[in-house]
Design a protein around this ligand. Structure first.
Ligand SMILES: *[C@@H]1O[C@H](CO)[C@@H](O)[C@H](O)[C@H]1NC(C)=O
Ligand SMILES: *[C@@H]1O[C@H](CO)[C@@H](O)[C@H](O)[C@H]1NC(C)=O
Ligand SMILES: *[C@@H]1O[C@H](CO)[C@@H](O)[C@H](O)[C@H]1NC(C)=O
Ligand SMILES: *[C@@H]1O[C@H](CO)[C@@H](O)[C@H](O)[C@H]1NC(C)=O
Ligand SMILES: [Zn+2]
Length: 287
């Protein structure tokens, strides 16, 4: 544990060694999100960053924010794997040859590659990335979509609106083990405790079942960035107004089951970036 901490500290203090963006973190003063602008030296100090606080009184109506078309969201064969992704989040890999998103005021078709989650620390601390009128929700789910005219995410990252992220807030309820889809999803967390662990979950879940109860016609729209390094400012954001409702006991599993490092004692908690300045950007929504 001590040796690992020293290695991690060294990695955080000397980020240029290896030249990757792998040395940022959420939980240490030396590499948490307040340091990314200088530590990572890419786009994290830009002026169109995410997440942001959504002030509902300042949101402007825009009639171009039409309904989305979701393809493959009802197909359990398109939900492939669950991962402890680099000790920083839980990611579910999706089959982007079967899943896509269009409409919703987007400039074209986007292939759906993965979703992942941001959380706080059980019922002690909320962990959404976006906030609404200063309120942070318990969790936030991000569905990452890559514009189909680009061959991959890496290329899409270099183009305006190359990525479309669909964000869903998760609100806690007081019942237990609900809904069934989230009970199912969280049952796999105990199989991926350590950094890099992967489990095949094909044919277990659909994206629709995880989003059940959400009105997907009502959303906020703005232009921003990845909320993790390299913080590229090429993301068109959709933040749905309706939250997904999940029992507090299931929400608590995220901060008590997955670890930052293998054989470490530190759980992944509060894996969200603080809100960034709008710097004149306007957030729109349905009129
Ligand atoms: C991040 O680190 C800074 C020091 O670099 C510290 O002041 C701040 O409290 C930390 N914030 C979080 C959210 O960990
Ligand atoms: C962001 O950081 C980079 C690298 O340190 C620097 O070149 C750039 O000028 C900075 N941009 C802003 C807006 O501060
Ligand atoms: C998370 O919450 C638990 C229980 O409330 C507490 O023991 C733990 O120290 C917290 N972890 C962090 C990183 O704040
Ligand atoms: C998840 O749902 C699938 C499909 O309904 C089912 O076969 C599987 O047993 C469930 N897994 C768990 C752990 O409940
Ligand atoms: Zn995210």
């Amino acid at each position: 544990m001590k040796a690992q901490l020293i290695t991690l500290l060294a990695a955080c203090l000397f980020p240029l060694r290896g030249g990757s963006t792998a040395d940022w973190c959420y939980h240490l003063p030396t590499c948490n999100y307040t340091t990314w602008g200088t530590l990572v030296a890419e786009h994290c100090n830009g002026s169109h960053q995410s997440p942001v606080n959504i002030v509902t009184a300042d949101v402007k109506g825009y009639a171009g924010l039409t309904a989305f078309t979701f393809t493959g969201f009802d197909d359990s064969s398109s939900v492939l794997q669950i991962k402890n992704a680099n000790g920083k989040t839980v990611k579910v890999v999706l089959d982007d040859s079967k899943m896509s998103v269009s409409g919703g005021g987007l400039p074209g078709l986007y292939r759906t590659q993965q979703f992942h989650l941001h959380w706080g620390n059980g019922s002690s601390a909320p962990g959404s990335e976006h906030t609404v009128n200063g309120r942070r929700y318990p969790m936030e789910l991000h569905i990452v979509n890559v514009r189909s005219i680009y061959p991959n995410a890496r290329t899409a990252l270099r183009h305006s609106m190359g990525l479309a992220v669909l964000a869903f807030f998760i609100e806690a309820t007081n019942d237990r083990e609900n809904p069934e889809s989230w009970k199912n999803l969280t049952s796999y967390l105990s199989s991926i405790p350590n950094k890099g662990d992967v489990l095949d979950i094909m044919n277990q879940l659909t994206m629709d079942s995880l989003l059940q109860g959400v009105d997907r016609t009502q959303y906020y729209r703005y232009l921003g960035s990845l909320t993790t390094p390299p913080c590229s400012e090429t993301v068109v954001w959709t933040v749905f107004k309706d939250p997904i409702h999940v029992s507090q006991d299931l929400i608590g599993l995220f901060s008590t089951t997955t670890y930052i490092e293998t054989a470490d004692d530190q759980m992944i908690t509060s894996n969200f970036r603080g809100v960034q300045a709008l710097n004149g950007r306007v957030i729109t929504s349905q009129p």
